[in-house]
Design a binder for this molecule. Structure first.
Ligand code: NAD
Length: 312
């Protein structure tokens, strides 16, 4: 049983406006919840796994045994789970947020999911007298750790202004992208570019190294030349080129290849629905599908370099 300073709905209601609930303490969420704590907020956390919960508890967070318990005790809640089905479960499941949400609550989903699912959750929230914004993030684990995330928010202007007060403790740049779902729309486009540049960078680094180049020198030149991108400069896929990134840590932590594949599939669905040509996005989707099938799904998405390098 996880519960430590557990809250009953009634006992907590008086102070619930001041507590921030946080659900999903994975690679990103744990850092985000920690930054809320560091900013002086009282944070009530929940995850289906006990290990990340115990870590946050040791750092001063309060603990809830379910998403419903979080909703009963806090009126501002951030969710950060892998994909659309997880978001549906956290919000609409038997012990989900909507089973106990308080009127006037603000629900902020930072997961990267299908914009139509955000819109569906937003509609259900309104029916419960609560407000909802989608607020996916960019910047990866390093930015989550340093509270330097970029947030892309979809929702009413009023909800955006309220959400900003929470998001400011976890990020540096906060954009209002339009109505519910539009934050996700921006995020899906961004990640399609990210996957394409990561594959391109990995291919170029692998080629250069096979030509006999020192990878650090190649990256240094690329990073002041036209081949520069976030993938080459901040998150280079070759071990040792950039300290502290997953490539320099056996591709552990970071942004899982399976999550990148999920985002690329969201992009392909959106492209189909809008009759948009996304040829490179389609190739990138296939590349990440192959990578995941080769056993890299839990490794960081920059492990595409490792896969290419291991090819004879
Ligand atoms: P993760 O898999 O590391 O963490 C997800 C967490 O959610 C896990 O701890 C899991 O136990 C928890 N969870 C899942 N279902 C739950 C449920 N029903 N109830 C309670 N907890 C539940 O994922 P992550 O890397 O932190 O990514 C989270 C989201 O952020 C994803 O949508 C991802 O696409 C997006 N994102 C990730 C990165 C990155 O670099 N990792 C960057 C930008 C955006």
């Amino acid at each position: 049983m996880l519960a430590v300073r557990r809250y009953s709905a009634t006992a907590a209601r008086n102070s619930s406006e001041k507590i921030i609930g946080f659900i999903g303490l994975g690679n990103m969420g744990a850092h985000m919840a920690r930054n809320l704590l560091r900013s002086g907020h009282r944070v009530l956390v929940h995850d289906q796994l006990s290990e990340p919960v115990d870590k946050l508890k040791a750092e001063g967070a309060d603990v809830a045994g379910s998403s419903a318990e979080v909703a009963a005790a806090s009126q501002r809640i951030v969710t950060m789970v892998p994909s659309s089905p997880h978001v549906r479960e956290v919000y609409t499941g038997a012990n989900g947020i909507f089973s106990a949400v308080q009127k006037g609550s603000l629900l902020i989903d930072s997961s990267t999911i299908d914009p139509s699912v955000s819109q569906e959750i937003g509609k259900l929230a309104r029916e419960k007298g609560a407000d909802f914004v989608d607020a996916p993030v960019s910047g990866g684990v390093p930015a989550a750790e340093k509270a330097e995330l970029t947030f892309m928010v979809g929702g009413s202007t009023e909800a955006y202004e309220e959400a900003k007060k929470v998001l400011e403790s976890m990020g540096k740049k906060i954009f209002h992208c339009g109505d519910i779902g539009m934050g996700e729309a921006v995020k899906i486009c961004n990640n399609m570019v990210l996957a394409i540049t990561m594959i391109g960078t990995a291919e170029a680094m692998n080629l250069g190294m096979r030509l006999g180049l020192d990878p650090k020198l190649l990256a240094d030149v690329m990073n002041v030349s036209t081949g520069q991108s976030w993938s080459s400069q901040k998150y280079n896929p070759v071990p040792g080129v950039v300290p502290g990134v997953p490539a320099s840590n056996n591709y552990d932590g970071g942004f899982g290849a399976a999550l990148m594949l999920k985002d690329l599939k969201l992009g392909q669905n959106a492209a189909f629905e809008t009759s948009s040509s996304t040829l490179m996005g389609s190739v990138a989707t296939h590349v990440y599908q192959i990578l995941c099938k080769q056993g890299y799904s839990r490794k960081d998405f920059s492990s595409i370099f490792h896969f290419l390098q291991s090819e004879k």
